[in-house]
Write a protein that binds this ligand. Structure first.
Ligand code: NAD
Length: 379
């Protein structure tokens, strides 16, 4: 990548000089790509709020992607989707796979159903983009990666924030050597509500970003406050330290009791005499050294030009997935990233429950069994 990420989403020439504000002009190169038959298993909240708009945005820019099937278990939702989209809507994933024969599937069912729907899709010959967290057990996540390997198909996990301009920009600055070798990381994520699991549903994004910016983690040591308001989840506030494979170290705090309003997410990455900060998935500040002024990038493109699903990274992620289905290299993620991010969730829980540091990688079966055992004993 040679272009600063903040500029990647905007074709200024089209917007300001060709009067093509929404970048709808015929794009010969994009239109010439092979068409991809795409389906969504789990056409609920995130599918309707993020993926359907992202598909629309890409199609408006001549991306050859055909929506061939939606699956939902909710009859009322199915009726509404049938009326709003001229796409076959199914109640059963296997029936959709048999009848619609998609090349690629987005799996956005509830977390505990991911393994079933991912493996069925892979066995039907489709490539898969599965929502995060990849699963609710490491062994399920491992089965998905093994099934992808056996079927010779892609299975990648949603990591939309990597494709969001501020985090893409931070990674670009690291790749350009602007902070030197990353040596120390500090991060926080406040979810602000507890109807979903803090670590599994929220903090897993932060774990993925930590790996995106500072590489593989070798050990985790966590302390955690048990959930007081919702007994379906283990922890409501967690603080942890990380030791990276590179020798860098870091610390994270994450909370479901703190507010989810600004400031809710911050990442600081220190190198050698220089550092950068990403605030609220909105702005990046580079502090290049003692004798140089800070450089700051923040969103200056009005929302009328840049859609929320582009800013959130869903358009970039989907575009990358579709190109990978066509045989190109993935630009910002690898197939095991979702597994590694979830492994950090499990390691954090184990460390807090053991009151001891946990080394990675984990043995998936042993980690699942220990977590189940310790949680049952706690209950
Ligand atoms: N990347 C993000 O920022 C982000 C944001 C929100 C949710 N998510 C993830 O997306 C996934 C879905 O979350 P959501 O909020 O859209 O949930 P949701 O409950 O709104 O939607 C789930 C969908 O799955 C369908 N479904 C349930 N059981 C099914 C079955 N057996 N067969 C077929 N369809 C079935 C439901 O009918 C519904 O359409 C979860 O993994 C969640 O963690 C990710």
């Amino acid at each position: 990548m040679s272009r600063p990420a903040f500029l990647e989403l905007l074709d200024a020439e089209a917007v300001f000089r060709r009067a093509d504000v929404y970048q709808l002009a015929y794009d010969e190169d994009r239109a010439a790509k092979a068409s991809v038959r795409l389906a969504i298993i789990g056409a609920g909240g995130v599918a309707q709020a993020k993926y359907l708009p992202a598909i629309g945005r890409l199609r408006s820019r001549w991306e050859p992607v055909e929506l061939v099937g939606l699956v939902t278990a909710d009859a009322q939702q199915a009726d509404r989707l049938r009326r709003g989209w001229s796409v076959p809507v199914f109640a059963d994933a296997r029936r959709m796979l048999d009848e619609a024969r998609p090349d690629a599937v987005i799996v956005s069912t509830p977390d505990g159903l991911h393994a079933e729907h991912v493996i069925a899709s892979l066995e039907a010959g489709a490539h898969v983009l599965v929502e995060k967290p990849i699963a609710r057990r490491l062994t399920d996540a491992r089965r998905m990666l093994d099934a992808a390997h056996a079927a010779q198909r892609l299975c990648i996990t949603v990591c939309n924030k990597r494709y969001s301009p501020p985090y893409a920009q931070a990674r670009w600055l690291v790749d350009q050597g602007r902070i030197g070798r990353p040596a120390l990381l500090s991060g926080k994520f406040t979810l602000g509500y507890d109807y979903v699991d803090l670590l599994e549903v929220g903090t897993v994004h932060l774990f993925d970003l930590v790996r995106y910016l500072a590489g593989d983690v070798a050990a985790v040591a966590a302390v955690a406050a048990p959930s007081r308001r919702n007994d379906r989840y283990r922890f409501e506030n967690v603080a942890l330290t990380l030791t990276f494979g590179s020798g860098a170290v870091g610390s994270l705090v994450t909370s479901s009791t703190a507010t989810s309003f600004h400031p809710w997410e911050r990442m600081e990455l220190f190198g050698e005499g220089a550092w950068l900060a990403v605030d609220d998935q909105r702005a990046v500040t580079l502090y290049p050294g003692d004798d140089a002024p800070a450089e700051r990038w923040e969103q200056v493109v009005p929302h009328t030009l840049l859609s929320a699903e582009e800013w959130g990274g869903f358009v970039g992620l989907l575009e990358d997935f579709l190109d990978a289905v066509r045989g190109q290299e993935l630009r910002r993620t690898r197939p095991d990233d979702g597994y590694r991010a979830y492994e950090l969730v499990v390691a954090t829980q184990l460390s807090a429950l053991r009151a001891a540091a946990v080394d990675l990688p984990l043995d998936a079966a042993a980690a699942d069994a220990e977590l189940r055992d310790r949680t049952e004993r706690k209950a």
